[in-house]
Design a protein around this ligand. Structure first.
Ligand SMILES: Nc1ncnc2c1ncn2[C@@H]1O[C@H](COP(=O)(O)OP(=O)(O)OP(=O)(O)O)[C@@H](O)[C@H]1O
Length: 267
């Protein structure tokens, strides 16, 4: 379903030193540095799998999700998602995928949620009967009925995240990319989002890739984990493999295990 091989993406960013004189100097002589966000990433994911994509800040997780969803074009490497190259076949590609970025909204800020849903229906050209069916199923599963008439800006983070989930699924995508979907949520909202993702995967066989720093998300959802650091895949296995790879793991909780592993890999 998803085949990624040797993906590379380098960003060239201007170096900035502190201070007025340095800023003035930079006006005439700008220095750049290269950041290897993706440094040869390869993996494959089968239909219906639920995979956790983890790694420290700046490891390359969001960059990978952006490439997979067609937002970012890599410098080199190959990527096929459901037989299509994301950044080339964008129109067909977006019909197959749903994307939720926990830190960004796909809903229009000032209009009621239902208006955003209607707009997405038009954008994705979702047939009316499919839209009605999905809307009623998602409204029920995510308890949205009280929220649909509310403008997005008036929603709490937890309420908005449930609406974001629904928005990403109105067109019945076969693959769902979730970038930190539980960030900032309270315990009840986190459980609701996790339960929903589990049910979606179980009943619709939706393939899910989930990036998160919350290891309870991973424990609850992902039977397989990909660990990325400094733009490279360092481990592909189960949570148990993560524990085994972390040296001296006796009695550590999962966050301590992971911190130890990051130290071992120097990432
Ligand atoms: N548009 C950009 N321009 C310059 N550098 C970028 C850009 N996007 C990402 N980077 C850099 O690429 C590296 C990987 O970033 P990315 O957002 O993929 O990491 P991440 O694993 O998602 O991190 P986090 O857990 O903090 O969200 C970082 O060093 C980041 O600063």
């Amino acid at each position: 379903m998803i085949e990624v091989s040797h993906l590379r993406k380098t960003f060239r960013v201007a170096k900035r030193n502190a201070g007025f004189s340095q800023a003035l100097k930079a006006l005439f002589h700008r220095e750049y540095e290269e950041i290897h966000a993706l440094d040869g990433v390869s993996f494959s994911i089968g239909e219906g799998e639920m995979v956790g994509y983890i790694g420290p800040n700046g490891a390359g997780k969001s960059s990978t999700i952006k490439v997979l969803s067609g937002i970012l074009t890599p410098d080199s490497g190959e990527c096929l998602v459901d037989g299509q190259v994301p950044w080339k076949d964008r129109v067909n590609h977006v019909r197959q995928i749903g994307v939720v970025f926990g830190q960004r909204s796909q809903l229009w800020w000032d209009v009621p949620v239902i208006d955003s849903f209607e707009l997405l229906k038009e954008i994705y050209a979702v047939p009316e009967d499919l839209y009605r069916k999905n809307l009623s199923e998602l409204t029920e599963l995510l308890s949205l009925s009280e929220l649909l008439r509310t403008p997005t800006r008036q929603l709490s983070l937890g309420q908005r995240m449930r609406c974001e989930m629904a928005a990403s699924l109105l067109h019945s995508p076969r693959i769902l990319f979730l970038d930190e979907p539980t960030i900032g949520l309270d315990a009840v909202s986190k459980l609701a989002v996790r339960d929903f993702i589990k049910q979606l995967n179980r009943e619709h066989k939706t393939t899910v890739i989930l990036t998160t720093h919350d290891m309870q998300d991973i424990e609850a959802l992902a039977s397989r984990v990909l660990l990325i650091g400094k733009g490279r895949i360092l481990l592909d296995g189960t949570l148990e493999d993560i524990r085994l790879a972390s040296s001296g793991d006796g009695g550590k909780n999962i966050d301590e295990t992971l911190a130890q592993l990051y130290k071992q890999y120097e990432i």
